[in-house]
Design a protein around this ligand. Structure first.
Ligand code: ATP
Ligand code: MG
Length: 501
């Protein structure tokens, strides 16, 4: 028997055929000396049709040997060491296959390469899995990149591993900068990263390793604090914490929109309140106006009909003075409740300010007040009732002087709004400021903090009505311990025909 040598089983004879990989023995010139059983099974050709053929002929149907720089056989002969190549082959049924072909030299006693043993391993499964994995990886990367939510992942030391485009935009760092310059901790305000990790590990909050949506502030590359809505998770490998991941959205637009909405609601509520108070005020004013006119008329007649030395004349003078004061109040109430229509003309804002200042007759008011004027260099025309607006400006100026107890700095400022559509007028004082509670009430008719007899509380409510009727806005721009600034904005009148005098 072939396998029996000196009465013993010669295993060496069987080794070649036992190899599960298709294997062939090549001569140094590439001629095929032998192939094993697996080879015959794999290629389905009888052994005789393979033996003696050259490898390039068998594998590539070429009568020429392969170029030296790609021929592994040549490399084995030259180096005396094994070589491996990966080849992509199309099998007969049109399926793609990947083969790892390992070339190992068989050396003689002098170390010369006598034969080369080549074994062919089918690595199609591994290769297909590798390809699928890399495709999946590419797909996941794209999905992360296109996400409109910002995504950041970091290892447990805080080294940033992943950062998508949305995250780059919010943080102001590119992924490369983030990897080189910062750790995830630097994206947080002091102490925040620790707090988030504590919550993440707390199984009571969102489950272990998960943090449901919470609002936090992130710091961008310029150190600005950005409000974001964050949900985070710990990535585990078994029980071990591998990395953390955060998904977050910029809240700035949403918060600004909410703030705008809140302000709009507050303005609507204020306007509604003013409208109903206006109706009431108009009704009262109307009812009082007629009897007042009668009182004034008859008191004046009686006054004139009296002798000069009549002792009752002084009393009547008081009656007439107080009745006139009441008339003033009624007039203001009517102005506030829009009962008197504005008589509009084109006026220049700075002129109006100067004119209002001149109209404050009692100059003693200003004795210890420094008046600073910062008037716009640009002429700003407005289409408004000059007298009514003067009344508004005077009211604001007198309020400012009162608030400073007639001592301090009064600044009058005019300037165009940023978009150029409005003319702005500001009155700033260095007075006592308005408490948060009172800011809500100052435009209400009859709201005053002044002593009885000193203020009627109609100045600002009247101003509110007038400015609104002239398509403008009046509001407290700023108030605090250092003083108060009132701002009036009125639309700039755009008329190419009107010349500024
Ligand atoms: N510049 C200001 N600084 C601080 N408080 C102010 C200022 N302007 C107005 N106020 C507050 O608003 C209240 C209402 O002002 P408003 O002009 O309507 O009435 P008044 O000044 O009290 O009385 P009137 O103007 O009718 O004589 C004032 O009593 C004061 O408390
Ligand atoms: Mg006032």
């Amino acid at each position: 028997m072939e396998t029996e040598k000196n009465g013993e089983f010669d295993w060496k004879v069987r080794v070649f055929d036992t190899l599960s990989f298709p294997t062939l023995i090549l001569k140094p010139d590439g001629a095929i000396l032998s192939v094993n059983v697996s080879f015959i099974k794999r290629y389905g050709i009888p052994k005789e049709q393979v033996m003696g053929r050259y490898c390039h002929d068998f594998f590539y149907q070429s009568s020429y040997s392969c170029p030296l720089d790609v021929c592994p056989l040549a490399a084995v002969l030259q180096s005396g060491e094994g070589q491996t190549i990966l080849s992509h082959v199309a099998s007969g049924d049109g399926e793609e296959k990947w083969e790892d072909r390992v070339f190992s030299p068989i050396l003689d006693d002098e170390g010369h390469v006598r034969y080369i043993i080549e074994s062919i391993r089918d690595v199609t499964r591994v290769k297909t899995m590798e390809k699928e994995l890399s495709e999946l990886r590419g797909f996941l990367e794209k999905a992360i990149q296109v996400s409109t939510s910002a995504i950041v992942a970091a290892d447990m030391k805080g080294n940033i591993l992943v950062m998508n485009r949305a995250a780059e935009e919010i943080t102001g760092y590119t992924l490369r900068e983030a990897k080189e310059k910062i750790t995830a901790r630097e994206l947080h305000t002091p102490g925040q990263a620790e707090e988030i990790m504590k919550k993440l590990r707390d199984s009571e909050i969102g489950g272990k390793g998960r943090l449901p949506c919470t609002q936090v502030n992130f710091l961008n590359s310029r150190g600005e604090s950005i409000p974001v809505e964050l949900s985070a998770a710990i990535i585990y490998e078994g029980e071990e914490e591998l990395a953390t991941m955060g998904i977050f959205n910029d809240m700035r637009d949403k918060l600004a929109q909410e703030e705008r909405m809140r302000q709009m609601m507050a303005r609507v509520a204020q306007a509604e309140k003013m409208a109903s108070l206006g109706q009431l005020a108009a009704g009262v004013a109307h009812e009082i106006n007629n009897p007042l006119t009668g009182i004034l008329l008859y008191a004046s007649l009686a006054f004139e009909g009296m002798e000069d030395d009549d002792p009752r004349k002084d009393d009547l003078k008081y009656v007439i003075e107080d009745a006139n004061r009441c008339k003033g109040i009624v007039r203001n109430l009517l102005a506030y409740s829009r009962q008197t229509l504005p008589d509009k003309e084109t006026v220049e804002m700075n002129d109006l300010v100067e004119q209002s200042l001149r109209l404050i007759r009692d100059q003693r008011l200003f004795m210890r007040v420094e008046v600073v004027k910062e008037l716009s260099e640009r002429n700003m025309l407005i289409h408004a009732d000059k007298n009514q607006l003067s009344q508004v400006f005077i009211n604001l100026i007198i309020n400012a002087i009162d608030a400073m107890n007639r001592e301090g700095t009064l600044t009058l400022r005019t300037y165009p709004s940023e978009d150029g559509h409005d003319a702005c007028f500001e009155v700033s004082d260095t007075g006592c400021g308005i408490s948060e509670e009172n800011v809500m009430k100052i435009f209400d008719p009859f709201f005053t903090t002044k002593e009885i007899g000193k203020g009627t509380g109609l100045g600002l409510s009247t101003a509110y009505g007038i400015v609104r009727d002239n398509e403008g806005i009046i509001r407290v721009k700023e108030t605090g311990k250092k003083g108060t600034t009132f701002l009036v904005t009125l639309p700039i009148y755009d008329s190419s025909e009107t010349e500024i005098i």
